[in-house]
Design a protein around this ligand. Structure first.
Ligand SMILES: Cc1ncc(C[n+]2csc(CCOP(=O)(O)OP(=O)(O)O)c2C)c(N)n1
Ligand SMILES: [Mg+2]
Length: 810
């Protein structure tokens, strides 16, 4: 165990101490202003968190005003956001307008946001645990970039997380730590705000010890910053050792309660429990109530000297966990109270606090108000702060030109999953810039998601070379499993949370490392749900990547219910920042992958295109929902118009005639059933249309945007689906079908007021053949025909019930 002392305290300590007070003042005032000063008439409390800010104010002062270098990156505990904004404000990197509008429309954000805040947030946080893991994976991403020889002119940065102690309850943190250990993590600091309080109450005893053991097991250094300078001095006094032992043994709840109660309560308790009428009693009696409270509150995390010494002592690149003892609400009236998470100082308490900070009424926002040093001295100090010495923190990288079409050999019968593997294999064969910047990753499903051929060509990534023993022992194997610093595949353990976290890190490389990567992650479709919050977080941060999910739906038939995805198409549709495609044919997939490789690099304006009403220039991430089902491929030339329609989301595989009675609209692996059903119904229903939907998500988004545009007066706005449906008679019915939840396509009826019968899967699956399962869940050709019979009345469709017999297809 390492206890840090104050030796080596910097001479800037007095100014830092003033800034610490200032950070605490500005953060609490920002929250107070949003709740009590600004108009807040809708009755919602704008949010407390004054206590959480106070808990981290000292550590953040030390970090931002002294320790951080421009190349370091930080994820700040979500509810310490006001501290961050206050620090940036003091450094002249945040505006007063934004602070005054904290938690208001377009104001500084409640939780630090890379995309919504304007003061250079490195990593967004909000969902606890995710920002923490993000720093670990960003460090790996930095290693990846530098190992490939890119960005070496820049200095290597540390990735730092400031985390609440209760954040360590989140399992994703431990998943990340295990992965970090496997990958040889470096340059990563986690600073635990060990205030022993979570949202609801005080946490269990002795957690620091479990944490310490865990971190050490995963190869981290652990630094305990427990006692402040006052406490260390007191321990050196006669009787001091007894006091130290008492502090060490004091239960968390009691310590918190005494912090809240203050000096007199401390005195009574200490005298009752360890008073000896000798040295300890004298130690206590030498201090006034206020001095005693200050001594007992003087934990390491509130002692600038101790914190700085702990940071300064690190002279290596091993990962370090600092466990800094703190008090939630330190310096505020509700310090230590277990209910203080959402606590807000009352206006009267704020008034007292203002006076104690020497701030005159009306000068609450003044940067140098109430400080003992002159404005010039403080400004001079701020001008020298290393963290702020290098301009804009968000970097940029050139876009990599992607060819319009990607080469792939299409077999007569092929699945989209195999097609994806073939596309990447083809890409991996070349040595162009696109292939060089692609980095693939997968949570232990590399081979089963068709990445094997690509990995064989490009190798696995590790900072140190590791031979494939099977190969050196000449044991035949399909896959070459050699690791090297130039490898382009990051093999992960099974944790899907880690997949999305690493994709977020790789997908932000252009802004963090100034070097663009084209990340592609593969996993099984149903297990998207396992990492969903991390996926959402990656998108919220505007990280750019391609997610390839395969196998999907009940189409993986014999593998059974626990692997069958139902909700994923809807998840993809609803996920902001992620465009979902579900192609049926490999030539469609080739078009989509080329588009995706370009789309993930775009960062243009947010205006929708007047062609498809999609905000394509802003770019985003892409999710490809693929299938393992081999299906017969259509042979055709990929003309520009078709290419565009595939990207926009749909095209007529069979165009409807003028008196069309029925449209079958399908997406993905059920294409053969839709094609067969339309073929069988052609004699009994007029002018049938067959709509191939490559992206329900993009069709839907374009339609919604076009509706909105029309409502704003742009009466000629037409989305892609509206143009496709333009010639359809009003009475025609639409049967939609996919291997996923039917709601995915049900909205098509609202586009032009057609009746829709949406077919899909609503219940957990089971094992069986594709035929059996499609029949059971009602997405086979018969089900389509039966639905058509009802929705588009007319003479009986004669092949109803016969589809299976006539079709010896797939
Ligand atoms: C995933 C997730 N679950 C729940 C919350 C709600 N929440 C916000 S802060 C918090 C407690 C955090 O405690 P700790 O990390 O110790 O920080 P402190 O409150 O001590 O500052 C909770 C449960 C959240 N933000 N994210
Ligand atoms: Mg806490």
């Amino acid at each position: 165990m390492v206890f840090m002392t104050t030796s080596g305290s910097p001479q800037d300590l007095p100014i830092l101490a003033e800034l610490e007070r200032k950070v605490l003042w500005l953060a609490t005032w920002t929250i107070h202003h949003a709740n009590h000063v600004r108009d807040n008439s809708d009755g919602l409390k704008v949010g407390g968190h004054q206590a959480s800010c106070a808990s981290l104010a000292t550590i953040m002062t030390a970090l931002y005003f002294r320790t951080l270098r421009p190349q370091d990156r930080v994820a700040v505990k979500p509810h310490a956001s006001p501290n961050f904004h206050a620090i940036q404000y003091l450094l002249g990197r945040q505006t007063l307008d934004k602070l005054e509008a904290f938690r208001g429309f377009k104001g500084a954000q409640s939780y630090p946001s890379r995309t919504k805040d304007t003061d250079d947030v490195d990593f967004s946080t909000g969902s606890v645990g995710l920002g923490v893991a993000q720093t670990l994976f960003s460090s790996l991403a930095q290693d990846y970039v530098r190992s490939h020889g890119w960005g070496l002119a820049r200095r290597e940065g540390r990735m730092i997380a400031l985390l609440g102690d209760a954040e360590l309850d989140e399992g994703n943190i431990f998943e990340a730590m295990l992965e970090g250990w496997k990958q040889g993590l470096r340059n990563c600091w986690w600073i635990v705000d060990y205030n022993r309080q979570s949202l609801d109450a005080v946490v269990r005893e002795g957690l620091w010890e479990r944490y310490q053991n865990l971190f050490r097991n995963f190869g981290w250094d652990v630094v305990l910053v427990k006692y402040g300078a006052l406490q260390q001095a007191a321990f050196a006094e006669p009787g001091g050792e007894v006091l130290r032992r008492w502090i060490d043994n004091c239960p968390n709840q009691l310590y918190s309660a005494l912090v809240f109660q203050g000096g007199a309560a401390w005195r009574k308790r200490l005298n009752d429990e360890i008073g000896d009428q000798g040295p300890v009693t004298a130690l206590v009696e030498r201090r006034s109530d206020d001095e005693l409270a200050r001594l007992m509150n003087n934990l390491g995390g509130h002692d600038l000297g101790s914190i700085i010494a702990a940071f300064d002592a690190v002279d290596h690149d091993r990962p370090v966990c600092f466990i800094a003892y703190t008090i939630k609400g330190y310096g505020l009236p509700f310090a230590g109270h277990k209910d203080n998470h959402a606590g807000l100082m009352t206006p009267a308490q704020m008034e007292t606090f203002r006076k104690s900070m020497n701030i005159r009424p009306g000068e609450e926002w003044s940067r140098f108000e109430g400080l003992e040093h002159s404005a010039a001295e403080i400004q001079d100090f701020l001008d020298r702060v290393p963290f702020a010495s290098a301009g804009n923190r968000s970097l940029q990288a050139e876009r990599i030109a992607v060819p319009d079409s990607l080469a792939v050999t299409i077999q007569p019968r092929m699945s989209t999953q195999l097609g994806f593997g073939a596309l990447l294999n083809e890409l991996g064969r070349g040595d162009g810039p696109v292939a060089a910047r692609i980095v693939t990753t997968s949570p232990d499903v590399t081979v089963s998601t068709s990445l094997g051929p690509w990995v064989n060509r490009r190798g696995l990534f590790a900072r140190e070379t590791l031979a494939d023993t099977f190969k050196s022992e000449r044991i035949p194997s399909t896959f070459n499993w050699e690791f090297s610093p130039k490898g382009q595949h990051i093999e992960l353990g099974i944790a899907e949370m880690n997949l999305f976290s690493v994709l977020a890190a790789l997908g932000l490389s252009h802004v963090i490392n100034g070097e663009r990567l084209l990340p592609i992650g593969t996993l099984y479709d149903p297990f998207i749900a396992r990492g969903l919050d991390a996926l959402n977080y990656a998108c919220y941060q505007d990280a750019r990547f391609i997610l390839v999910a395969t196998p999907s739906g009940i189409t993986l038939a014999p593998e059974g219910g626990a692997h069958q995805s139902i909700a994923e198409p809807l998840i993809g549709m609803a996920q902001d920042g992620l465009a979902v495609f579900e192609p049926a044919f490999v030539d469609e997939l080739a078009v989509i992958v080329a588009f995706a490789l370009d789309y993930i690099q775009r960062e243009g304006g947010a205006e929708p295109s007047e062609r498809n009403w999609l905000r394509d220039e802003t770019g985003g991430s892409v999710y490809l929902r693929l299938s393992t089902r081999p299906i017969e491929q259509v042979k055709r030339d990929m003309m520009p118009a078709l290419r565009q329609s595939i990207v926009d989301g749909a095209y007529w595989l069979r165009a409807p005639g003028p008196n069309c009675q029925l449209v079958v609209a399908y997406t993905g692996a059920v294409a053969p059933e839709a094609i067969q059903a339309v073929g069988l119904m052609a004699e009994d229903r007029r002018d049938l249309g067959l709509l191939a939907i490559t992206s329900a998500d993009r069709l839907n988004a374009g339609w919604t945007a076009a509706c909105r545009a029309r409502e704003r007066g742009l009466i000629h706005a037409r989305s892609h689906i509206e143009r496709l449906f333009a010639g359809l008679p009003r009475h025609c019915g639409i049967v939609t079908v996919l291997d996923g939840h039917p709601a995915t396509l049900a909205w098509l009826g609202a586009v032009s007021g057609h009746r829709v019968r949406p077919l899909g899967v609503e219940h957990f699956g089971q094992t069986g053949s594709i035929d059996e399962l499609y029949r059971h869940y009602g997405i086979d050709a018969n089900a389509i025909i039966a639905a058509a019979q009802v929705i588009a009345p007319g003479r009986p469709i004669r092949y109803l019930g016969a589809a299976k017999n006539l079709w010896n297809g797939y």
